[in-house]
Design a protein. Structure first.
Length: 414
């Protein structure tokens, strides 16, 4: 009952809009009035916008225009932006052009699939990457061929300097960076998101596992559903589309909400992504707790026989489907039952500076230690290349993963 009330009003509302070209003209005209220069939002401004937490949400036209201009025109591309250094290729000819950076091990929620009930032992501050160290690695890898960076955690919005980090990454666009993305639980986004978009954020994933407030508290061990729904509304208002909603499906906990989540894709440009429950240290994973892609798809097809499969971009982890006449899509990330290892192009940098070339692998290389011991950029890139040469063709399988020591998800980076 609670889910129906929460989903009924503003969250599922849709409004009439002008054509894309008319909307773009309107946004450009507003930007000309309100912002110093469109290029500040396109090519990377030397003066990042600092979050104003006291500001209201009365008018986000300049922010929408910034997102629209980046989407339509992109940024000045470096000549080498399409080349990839051999160090970023592994033995199986996979080119790793996507870097996921965990900014922190801390989180404002305590989701059952991500963090043990008693929390985790946090790394001492002195052993976490400093911002300048993180930017050094990001710059090095962009120069080597990385063209997409996603900021994760923990919860990245607990970092007060997140807007400045996004702005610094935005300055890497002329060197080949094409996309800056963020994965967040949404709790702090209502006050931070406009600034992040102005500073260069292109794409957003919001984690949401239930539409029922009581169940949200059960899963996240904290209250906050209303804030997450507010963040989703704001993201769509600011033009961060398609907006991706990440939903970890757990048997007997939230799998009865599959159809309700799928409906979210009908009226608005939302990609609802159902994720198979994955084993990590401390999350008490059991095979019977996992709902497979096959089972989820069967349930959706029973309710929507007209569900149609969509083409998948290269290196995409999700298999996407679409309800008839829907503005968004429904996707499945089946890391356990249908792994996508053959197309993996991801590198992960943990908050304490370790490089992981596989989410489920226990091997790590400390780039933090190498930097603090005086390693040159060439030596750092050699370490990255060496780690990739040891990367396996595929992960070991769900049961072997469950039996293997790894980090809790919150200390790896979601």
């Amino acid at each position: 009952m609670g889910a129906r009330r929460l989903c009924s009003s503003r969250f599922l509302s849709t409004s009439a809009s002008a054509s894309t070209s008319a909307r773009a003209r309107l946004l450009r005209s507003r930007l000309a009035e309100e912002a110093p220069s469109p290029q500040d939002f396109v090519a990377g401004s030397p003066r990042p916008v600092v979050a104003d937490h006291s500001a209201g949400r009365s008018d986000h036209s300049a922010v929408r225009a910034a997102a629209e201009l980046r989407r339509q025109h992109g940024v000045p591309a470096a000549e080498a932006s399409t080349s990839v250094d051999p160090a970023l290729s592994d033995r199986f000819s996979r080119r790793h052009t996507y870097l996921r950076i965990s900014l922190t091990e801390r989180c404002s929620l305590r989701c059952v699939y991500c963090m043990p009930e008693g929390g985790v032992d946090l790394t001492p501050d002195s052993r976490l990457l400093r911002t300048e160290e993180m930017m050094r690695i990001a710059s090095l890898l962009v120069d080597a061929g990385v063209n997409k960076i996603r900021l994760t955690g923990g919860e990245p919005t607990v970092r007060r300097d997140l807007p400045e980090i996004v702005s610094s990454l935005n300055e890497l666009r002329p060197r080949g960076l094409r996309q800056i993305a963020l994965t967040s639980n949404g709790i702090a986004l209502p006050r931070m998101l406009p600034t992040l978009v102005l500073n260069g954020l292109d794409r957003l994933n919001v984690s949401l596992d239930t539409l029922d407030r009581a169940r949200f508290v059960q899963i996240a061990r904290r209250d906050g559903l209303a804030r997450v729904l507010e963040a989703i509304d704001l993201a769509l208002e600011l033009g961060l589309t398609p907006l991706k909603l990440n939903c970890v499906v757990m048997a007997g906990i939230n799998d009865d909400e599959l159809l309700a989540f799928a409906e979210l894709s009908r009226a608005r440009p939302i990609d609802v992504r159902f994720i198979e429950y994955m084993p990590f240290d401390g999350n008490k994973w059991k095979h019977e707790s996992m709902v497979s892609l096959e089972e989820m798809l069967l349930r959706l097809r029973e309710a929507h026989p007209e569900l149609s499969k969509q083409p998948s971009p290269p290196n995409d982890v999700a298999v996407s489907w679409k309800l008839p006449d829907s503005a968004g899509s429904v996707s499945f990330i089946a890391s356990m039952t249908q792994p996508f290892c053959s197309g993996c192009n991801r590198l992960r940098l943990t908050a304490d500076g370790s490089l992981k070339v596989c989410l489920f692998g226990s091997r790590e290389v400390s780039l933090r230690d190498a930097m603090r011991e005086g390693a040159t950029d060439a030596e750092l890139l050699e370490l990255v290349g060496g780690a990739l040469q040891r990367k396996h063709a595929a992960h070991a399988g769900m049961h072997q993963i469950a039996a293997t020591k790894n980090r809790p998800m919150t200390t790896i980076g979601g």
